[in-house]
Ligand binder design. Structure first.
Ligand SMILES: Cc1cc2nc3c(=O)[nH]c(=O)nc-3n(C[C@H](O)[C@H](O)[C@H](O)COP(=O)(O)OP(=O)(O)OC[C@H]3O[C@@H](n4cnc5c(N)ncnc54)[C@H](O)[C@@H]3O)c2cc1C
Length: 438
């Protein structure tokens, strides 16, 4: 069977890009600004908006087209809780910081909801809730053990779904139960991104495309940044390059590494079939290390199915076949369903599996959302900007987490990718094995 529809989008073209028209970007880059933001995704644009609202002269430079990174490519699942459990955080950082990181998730989600409302962003925000699907009985037992902790220690609203009740959520024999986060939601990520871009443009912030920062030097109390067209001077810099961090940001590139994630969109399906497959219509993520995540598209017409392959990228046709196979294992009804889109993007991981906001030699940053950035990227980007302008509101527990390098990570070179891939695989395998034992 041919996997793709006759009118499939070119390989690599995100489904989300079909629905948006990008505004023209014609502002010139000033020679001198108070704050230069590097990278135009959720982090960079939110940071720029916060800095401009605080009265700073700001500009944003982007290596390619604004939004071309993960911010218009993701699954559109909206949450914001740390990836690590409360116990894991408490073990690493102490109970107080674990509490603070969980409390920050609620504030971050609330801030995003207000931002969408206040800026009038039409981004198909749907409070669907998120369902974490237990792949084994041991995983469900672990969810049962963790749920009271999340409620009591993390203040998180969660609800367990016993196996017998799973057919109200998803119709497949594959999962042994699940955990619902009812306040989590779904968005159309590219429309959501457009909200940040338009917010920046409305404020008169120059957002300059095809303008990579090529070199960076201290000059007096500020910085001189070399770009292809010349130079720009800035008192302060905010680095917002996440999974695309590379030269010339060596210190950061040895702490944040790219993990590619892949998504497919099915051809349009009948509303009846979608209702039969996913009656709960939630954002769904698995507990197994393969980490499949999937959802119904905002218009209810298709299934969007994603997964992380490895640190070493694979070609898109192969990724599409793998994802289609996994999707058909979950829903055999979709075995003959064709695919209209397949695409990929880089998530940015830190070795501690937690984001970081801070300052290094006067260079401010917010990075490493570890695949959960629809809420934390703009929220923490704003925090980085507030720290840069010296506001006490910039305080966040994400500035107290460790941001450590690894010896094998000079840059995203093949030998590093192999070593990091080995590390990443071992890490997720160990996590899955230990989850299964708990
Ligand atoms: C396939 C996929 C699915 C995902 N699904 C979800 C999800 O469902 N829910 C969720 O919460 N998160 C998800 N994420 C993660 C989320 O998309 C990211 O965490 C978030 O978009 C990060 O935003 P950002 O602005 O920090 O980085 P990005 O949007 O990646 O932007 C970084 C930008 O920096 C630019 N840049 C890099 N170097 C330079 C330079 N030298 N000069 C100028 N510019 C530079 C890049 O070109 C890029 O545009 C997913 C990610 C991917 C890839």
């Amino acid at each position: 069977m041919t996997l793709f529809t006759r009118d499939a989008a070119p390989l690599g073209h995100p489904y989300w890009w079909d629905d948006v028209t990008w505004p023209p970007l014609d502002a010139a880059l000033p020679e001198q600004v108070d704050i230069l933001v590097i990278g135009a995704g959720y982090t960079g644009l939110s940071a720029a908006i916060a800095a401009a609202d605080a009265g700073a002269r700001v500009a944003v430079i982007e290596a390619g087209v604004p939004g071309q990174g993960a911010s218009t490519r993701n699954g559109g699942m909206v949450g914001g809780h740390p990836r690590l459990s409360w116990d894991e955080l408490a073990q690493q950082y102490g109970a107080d910081l674990a509490d603070a990181l969980f409390a920050e998730a609620g504030r971050a989600l609330g801030w995003v909801q207000n931002f969408i409302r206040d800026e009038g962003i039409d981004c198909d925000y749907q409070e669907t809730g998120r369902l974490q699907l237990a792949f084994t009985d041991a995983h469900f037992a672990n969810q049962q053990r963790l749920a009271p902790h999340l409620i009591k220690k993390g203040g998180v609203d969660v609800r367990l779904v016993e196996r017998a009740a799973m057919q109200d959520e998803i119709v497949t024999p594959l999962y042994k139960g699940g955990l619902v986060f009812p306040t989590h939601a779904g968005v159309h990520p590219a429309k959501y991104f457009l909200g940040y871009l338009n917010g920046a443009l409305r404020r008169g912030i120059p957002v300059v495309a095809n303008c990579p920062a090529e070199a960076i030097e201290r000059e007096g109390a500020g910085y001189r940044v070399t770009i292809s067209l010349g130079e720009v001077r800035a008192d302060k810099i905010i680095l917002a390059t996440n999974g695309y961090t590379n030269r010339p940001f060596q210190w950061f590139a040895s702490r944040v590494f790219p993990v590619p994630s892949y998504l497919i969109a099915t051809e349009p399906l009948s509303p009846n079939l979608i209702g039969e497959l996913a009656p709960g219509r939630r954002m769904m993520v698995e507990t197994r290390a393969r980490h499949s995540y999937f959802r119904v598209s905002p218009d209810g017409s298709r299934i969007l199915f994603g997964g992380r392959a490895a640190l070493v990228g694979i070609d898109l046709a192969k990724a599409a076949r793998r994802l289609h196979r996994t999707m058909s294992e979950i829903w055999p009804e979709l075995e003959a369903t064709k695919i209209s889109h397949v695409w990929t993007g880089n998530t940015g991981y830190s070795f501690g599996h937690i984001p970081h906001v801070g300052e290094k030699d006067g260079l401010h940053f917010s990075l490493a959302y570890c695949g959960s950035g629809t809420v934390l990227a703009p929220y923490l980007g704003r925090k980085a900007a507030l720290q840069a302008v010296g506001s006490a509101e910039g305080e966040t527990p994400y500035s107290k987490t460790r941001f450590a390098p690894r010896w094998f990570h000079p840059f995203a070179r093949p030998h590093f990718m192999r070593a990091a891939n080995f590390w990443y695989r071992s890490y997720v395998d160990i996590r899955e094995a230990s989850a299964a034992q708990r």
